[in-house]
Design a binder for this molecule. Structure first.
Ligand code: FES
Ligand SMILES: [Fe+2]
Length: 427
């Protein structure tokens, strides 16, 4: 459990909060490049770390992410005209470029210099790995982009999807580094016959109490979940957690990947899921699976405070109880929810916007969850004391892989010594 103040510290990422300041030292992927594919196309509304923003691609193909509201009298820039290398507010015609400079102010006299004094908030952006990234921290602290293998492969070897989740980022991160739930939440019933069996390993189904060991690393940590397999062997799943919110999930072979969980605000997340193959283009079937279609659909989403953002939403969501089917739950799978990803969403959203961690009772399989909280809390406190997060400044440490393997080695540190090469990215 956490006390009230640590839970607040962990979960609040708005401007001026300690965790918000920490997050602002990292680059974050906030949109898929395909969401802003056209020069001079339709802008996209987003909220990142509780700041309302608008993204647009200008005539030259450059991406700007600027304040959602015009600095003149605060009209919505989303409704602007995206034309001739700038976004022009349609209320009185003020126009801004991707750097936030006011490049036209037609309501002022021709000889006025007022335009040179007005800017709109604009953040540095980058296109990388099929995503639009944003850096929202102090300019002098801006790091290089992280060396993530999924982002470095050619576009044809990667598939991405992005959707909304309605809870605090940390609930989702904690679900991602919790190998024990896989044997329960995602379990098929009637093991051999079930269509929900999918890629489930027998050991996952049989051993629902994995032994978990955390190994802190420069980029976050990896942890090994060891389950008993046949013939005295062990089934190891090594999950990677990369600061601040990236995961790499083990699976047998490629394509595989993970997710990152970017706070929209303290009770909503923009999730980006990446699947990739390091050696070959993905097949059409792999692309369709990775896009989560047809469950993930484009939506205009009105946040509780009335601000609208543009983001895909799962058609199985809290409004319809994720279409839980009790007959399916009796006969086919553990949850009665059809889609594995949605099973995770249902659990983390069911905790509420920000879970009250003073009420929880953590068990032996929660060691990775505890380690992640401690690491983030320490980093946020360190930054308050003037200690910068070195994790953000070393892009090369992010080139790692999850590991999925059956072998006779039962000790995690020996296992990681033996199979160190398996945990390194090759791109
Ligand atoms: S409010 Fe945007 S130009 Fe006046
Ligand atoms: Fe899961």
């Amino acid at each position: 459990m956490l006390n009230v103040s640590d839970n607040e510290l962990l979960t609040r990422t708005g401007p001026g909060t300690p965790m918000g300041e920490l997050f602002r030292r990292f680059w974050h992927p906030v949109l898929l490049a395909e969401e802003l594919s056209e020069p001079d196309g339709t802008p996209v509304r987003l909220r990142v770390l509780s700041e309302d923003l608008v993204a647009f691609r200008d005539t030259d193909g450059k991406v700007g992410i600027i304040d959602a509201l015009c600095p003149h009298r605060r009209a919505g820039m989303f409704f602007g005209r995206n034309e001739e290398c700038g976004l022009r507010c349609v209320y009185h015609g003020w126009k801004f470029d991707v750097h936030g400079r006011c490049v036209d102010m037609p309501t002022e006299p021709l000889d006025s210099t007022f335009k040179d004094k007005v800017t709109i908030k604009a953040y540095p952006t980058a296109e990388y790995g099929g995503c639009i990234w944003i850096y929202m921290g102090p300019p002098e602290k801006q790091p290089a982009l992280p060396d993530l293998e999924w982002a470095r492969v050619p576009d044809s070897q990667r598939v991405l999807s992005r959707w909304l989740q309605e809870c605090n980022y940390m609930q989702a991160v904690e679900g991602e580094i919790d190998s024990a739930h896989v044997s329960w939440l995602h379990a098929p019933l009637q093991v051999e016959a079930s269509p929900f069996r999918g890629r489930f390993n027998d050991a996952i189904i049989r051993d629902g109490a994995p032994q978990i060991t955390v190994k802190p690393t420069d980029y976050g940590f990896c942890y090994g979940a060891r389950r008993d397999a046949d013939n005295g062997e062990y089934y190891w799943r090594v999950t990677q957690w990369l600061l601040p919110t990236f995961s790499l999930i083990p699976a047998h072979g490629f394509p595989r990947g993970g997710r990152c969980w970017i706070p929209i605000d303290d009770t909503h997340i923009s999730v980006i899921q990446y699947n990739y193959h390091p050696e070959r283009p993905l097949t059409e079937a792999e692309v369709q699976r990775g896009k989560n279609s047809p469950q993930i659909q484009p939506a205009r989403y009105r946040l509780p405070d009335g601000v609208t953002i543009d983001i895909c939403r799962d058609v199985l969501n809290a409004d319809n109880d994720y279409l839980i089917d009790r007959e399916l739950q009796r006969t086919q799978n553990f949850t009665g929810i059809q889609v594995i990803r949605t099973q995770d969403t249902a659990m983390t959203e069911s905790m509420g916007g920000i879970v009250d961690r003073t009420q929880e009772h953590l068990g032996t399989t929660d060691v990775a969850v505890i380690a992640a909280r401690r690491r983030l809390l320490k980093m946020a406190r360190d930054l308050e004391d003037g200690v910068e997060p070195v994790e953000a400044l070393r892009p090369e440490i992010y080139n790692v892989r999850a590991v999925d393997m059956v072998c006779t080695e039962g000790d995690f540190s020996h296992f990681m010594d033996l199979y160190a090469e398996e945990a390194v990215g090759k791109i």
